[in-house]
Design a protein around this ligand. Structure first.
Ligand SMILES: [Mg+2]
Length: 366
């Protein structure tokens, strides 16, 4: 007997904000905004659901967030804590199946086909529902956090499912219902379609996923060019991407030993820029993003310090990496004394969205 392919997309709810609310009970039920303070340049990393009611979103400038919600509790991100929490959650997922593709700090796909053995095609999915509920309960019991899970036969549908009823959601999309399920959803429900792409689609009267299902290939091509075919397939709930379980390399780094130990700020800056450019170039060539960045500094007495930071959004651009590295060096006061070696590294690598990285959007898919 052939069993259906069953994938879970597990996505933690308002991850960073939920961790802060768990650790500070007096913040529960309140608008918590993790990110830069409202009087400084910088953006919101994650907002609690209470804060979202004020219209606050990830990547919004903190100044705007402060205006929308003057009584919001603004919290500096605690990257190390989030990274550790991420590892613990991924470890729970790995208890159920080794087939886990981690997509970001708080998101993963699981292939649970062998655990649930549902009939093919995926019709009623009772065993999958039981397993998903068990997994959600376990995460809540052991980590005090809620997750949303989407269950379906492919990556795209399971991701749409986990987004469908957040927070603490569970959405199952049986194979024979997938087209009807997708029909009424706005085009923005397609991962990778951001505001820019949605506006473009709207110009061509594509408002819902159903509009895309019904489109002729020509019309869709007029709107989105070479993405038409992929977009049409998704709109019908078809997606044959495999899970990828291992990025070829676990980290990408670059370092430089100075000919003569130095404390020259200009030389240090130029060297950092080169190292960052090197790392960014490798990431982009491999179509990877990094969620964690490291710096390494070796001093003339061979003392070596490394520090790392986990970012709210994965990065691959030189400018973003440079900013984060500078910030880390400054915060940890690493640039003191004579320096022998500098290194820049990136880890927690993911291949985001792949083909789903959409045409006009230049932002990571969350
Ligand atoms: Mg999440």
């Amino acid at each position: 007997m052939k069993f259906a392919r069953v994938l879970f997309h597990v996505d933690m709810d308002a991850f960073f904000a939920a961790i802060e609310q768990r650790d500070r009970p007096e913040w529960r039920g309140k608008p918590v905004i993790v990110g830069a303070p409202p009087n400084r340049r910088g953006v919101v990393a994650t907002a609690s659901y209470e804060a979202r009611r004020f219209g606050i979103k990830s990547a919004m400038p903190s100044v705007t967030a402060g205006r929308l919600c003057p009584h919001g509790i603004f919290v500096q991100p605690r990257g190390g804590v989030y990274g550790e929490e991420s590892r613990r959650i991924m470890a729970i997922l790995a208890d159920y199946t080794p087939l886990v593709e981690q997509v970001s700090v708080d998101e993963a796909y699981l292939d649970v086909s062998a655990c649930v053995r549902e009939p093919d095609p995926l019709i009623a999915i009772p065993a999958s529902r039981r397993l998903a509920l068990e997994l959600k309960q376990r995460i809540f019991r052991e980590r005090g956090l809620t997750a949303s899970i989407g269950v379906a036969s492919n990556k795209f549908l399971s991701k749409v499912g986990s987004d469908f009823q957040k927070p603490d959601g569970l959405t199952l999309i049986p194979e024979q219902e997938k087209r009807a399920f997708l029909r009424p959803l706005p085009v923005r429900a397609i991962p990778g379609v951001g505001p820019v792409s949605a506006a473009r689609l709207l110009e061509f009267s594509f408002q819902t996923i159903g509009d895309i299902q019904d489109s002729t290939p020509e019309r869709l091509r007029a709107a989105v060019g070479s993405y038409a075919e992929a977009l049409h397939a998704l709109s019908c709930g078809n997606d044959d991407r495999e899970l990828s379980f291992e990025t070829e390399r676990k980290s990408i780094s670059s370092e430089h030993t100075f000919d003569v130990d130095t404390r020259d700020p200009q030389l240090i800056r130029a060297t950092l820029l080169e190292l960052v450019a090197d790392v960014a170039e490798t990431l982009q060539r491999k179509n990877l993003t990094a969620s964690t960045l490291q710096v390494k500094v070796r001093y003339s007495d061979f003392t070596t310090l490394t520090r790392q930071t986990t970012l709210p959004d994965p990065v691959c651009g030189a400018a973003e990496i440079y900013r984060a590295i500078r910030h880390l060096l400054k915060k940890e006061k690493l640039l003191v004394g004579r320096i022998r070696l500098l290194g820049v590294g990136s880890s927690n690598l993911n291949a985001p969205s792949g083909q789903l990285r959409f045409f006009l959007e230049n932002q990571p898919v969350k």
